[in-house]
Unconditional design. Structure first.
Length: 64
């Protein structure tokens, strides 16, 4: 499903980017994927997808 119609960004693209780069904020996600650059109607959906995916991403612990 397309989340951002202005830039043709799908939910699948957002999910893949979140899994790969684990952005800490919506601003970081927007640097990686062109969502919310024009009309802004996709911001809420993009945030919800990011939050949902971040719950499923395994957290890595640093080993000293």
């Amino acid at each position: 499903m397309y989340v951002c119609l202005c830039n043709a960004v799908s939910d699948k693209t957002i999910r893949e980017v979140v899994r790969r780069y684990q952005p800490k904020s919506l601003q970081h996600l927007r640097q990686l994927v062109p969502v919310g650059k024009q009309c802004g109607k996709c911001i809420r959906a993009a945030r919800e997808i990011m939050d949902e995916e971040m719950q499923h991403v395994p957290q890595y612990k640093e080993i000293a």
